[in-house]
Write a protein of this length. Structure first.
Length: 127
């Protein structure tokens, strides 16, 4: 009989410890959520400033006609990575952006075609 009582007390003690641990971990989650909520306005502001800076960077390029071959290559790489929506968003920042992009991109295509033709011709001469 004594063994049964000791076993019951042991089981009750274990259950009590488990409930305390669960409460403590729940409180930790609540504190983490509270901290996350309190930091949200700050992180939102940082993200807003980052997006505004990004948009200003590209808009200034278009407004000052400073779009370069490197910029077009960067945009083409973004498209190749599946970021066509991002590139379309960038090009929508200025009315002449798409025309500027297309002009430089057409030049790049012509240069690539010329390089490919030269390589093909060179390979034919070697063969």
């Amino acid at each position: 009989m004594l063994n049964i009582i000791i076993a019951l007390v042991g089981i009750i003690a274990v259950l009590y410890v488990i409930s305390i641990v669960r409460k403590k971990s729940g409180k930790g989650d609540t504190e983490a959520e509270d901290l996350k909520k309190s930091l949200k306005p700050i992180t939102d502001e940082i993200e807003t400033q980052r997006v505004a800076k990004f948009m200003k960077y590209w808009k200034d390029k278009f407004e000052h006609n400073n779009l370069s071959v490197a910029d077009v290559k960067e945009l083409n790489a973004t498209i190749a990575e599946g970021g066509i929506a991002q590139v379309n968003g960038i090009l929508s920042l200025h009315p002449e952006a798409k025309a500027m992009y297309n002009q430089i991109n057409d030049q790049l295509i012509l240069e690539e075609e010329a390089k490919a033709a030269a390589l093909k011709e060179e390979a034919e001469v070697i063969a």
